[in-house]
Design a protein around this ligand. Structure first.
Ligand code: GMT
Length: 379
């Protein structure tokens, strides 16, 4: 098929999923056209079967707010016509589903069909979409989509309950390429760990966009308690609004030498397997993609019992779940796992098995392909 993909191309879960999906679809022989305002950060631009179309947004003095959604709709309709796309797949409802709707209408004027699928990722529903200035248009975009998928049952149920949408929503969970996200050989792992930790020290990792919803500061709070009991280091990967508060906290607790702020990293598959445990103390996660990526690398996650996380993490089997803000509970569980090698290995093996058996790209991509077929064939 010829598939157009639109997403937020910068750092963030929905853009990561959209990009990885495009890569997997191209590997399966489809022609994939990314239509975004900049090149998705996990693409090099030279992947076989993948094409990138930038959305130029002209500005005029009259425009206090340049109309990106209109520029996007125009580019979508052009790319769809020039490259004969079979369908568009937009990730994150706002404003992408509305731009896709406009593109579909523009092409309908020329008697061309352009069905579009919207995938809901999380904050488009749980935060932004519920804002009253966006709620009616988000509902409209969902109902007008030719197909709608959500990345967890939790998110589907939330969307139905909060938005009262009519369109049926298919749950297609996020996925991970288990060959790319995989444990490292012992030699490579030891060499990688030596960059951050002394022999015998444990390594924890937190990976996020440091938005308040991720509670990156809680990760440092948890770590403060851990280092009182276990010699350890914390890798803080990513960047965003809460980074400076997290850095300040590490300094004020006198543990700044043990907390490594690495900023935005493009190949996290090299970093994740260096860690012993991941900390994901989020206020909300509709799925928790980083926990899945960590699990595939045999790194169990200490997380919060929110949103779609319990669909991924089985508490006590492949990770641990706690109420939001339960710093003491998460610290104790981390210390417990770091102090018991056998138990840690059991969790690590169970996590990799979960990733392979339920969330491997080879299992999930065919679900998208089958869904596309259904949408394209539907009149
Ligand atoms: O928080 C982010 O990284 C971005 C955010 C989004 O809405 O784009 O992520 C959501 O999508 C990810 C990929 O599907 C999920 O793994 C995250 O759980 C979800 N974030 C929230 O629900 C807060």
């Amino acid at each position: 098929m010829k598939i157009g993909i639109t997403c937020y191309p910068t750092y963030g879960g929905s853009g990561v999923v959209a990009t990885e999906l495009g890569i997997e679809l191209a590997a399966n022989g489809h022609e994939v056209h990314f239509i975004t305002y900049s090149q998705p950060f996990r693409l090099t631009g030279r992947e076989h079967g993948i094409f990138y179309h930038e959305v130029p947004v002209s500005n005029y003095p009259l425009f206090e707010y340049p109309p990106y959604d209109l520029a996007l709709a125009t580019r979508m309709s052009e790319v769809a016509a020039y490259y004969q796309l079979d369908l568009l797949h937009v990730h994150y409802a706002i404003p992408h589903s509305i731009s896709a709707y406009l593109a579909r209408q523009m092409l309908a004027e020329k008697n061309r069909r352009l069905p579009f699928v919207t995938t809901l990722h999380g904050t488009d529903i749980t935060l932004v979409g519920l804002d009253h200035s966006y709620l009616p248009i988000t509902r409209f975009g969902i109902d007008q989509s030719d197909g709608v998928t959500a990345i967890s049952s939790y998110l589907r149920d939330q969307t139905v309950e909060q938005f009262k949408v009519k369109r049926e929503i298919e749950v297609i969970p996020n996925f991970v390429n288990c060959d790319v996200y995989t444990p490292l050989s012992p030699e490579i792992r030891e060499a990688g760990r030596a960059q951050y930790a002394e022999p015998g020290e444990k390594i924890l990792i937190h990976l996020s966009n440091f938005r308040p919803v991720k509670r990156a500061v809680d990760a440092v709070e948890i770590f403060t308690r851990i280092v009182e009991e276990v010699p350890a280091r914390l890798l803080m990967v990513g960047d965003g609004p809460d980074r400076s508060q997290a850095e300040w906290l590490a300094r004020s607790k006198g543990i700044q030498e043990r907390v490594h702020f690495l900023g935005k990293q493009s190949s996290v598959n090299d970093l994740l397997p260096l860690a012993d445990l991941m900390l994901m103390p989020s206020e909300m996660e509709s799925f928790g993609l980083v926990a899945l990526e960590a699990m595939a690398c045999k790194v169990p996650t200490i997380a919060t019992r929110v949103g779609g996380v319990p669909e991924l993490i089985d508490d006590g089997l492949n990770g641990r779940l706690f109420p939001v803000g339960d710093i003491a509970g998460m610290a104790d569980a981390t210390i417990d796992l770091l102090s018991d090698d056998r138990k840690h290995e059991q969790f690590a093996v169970a996590g990799r098995q979960t990733a392979q058996q339920r969330y491997c790209a080879s299992k999930i991509i065919p679900k998208y392909e089958a869904y596309y077929e259904r949408v394209v064939e539907r009149e």
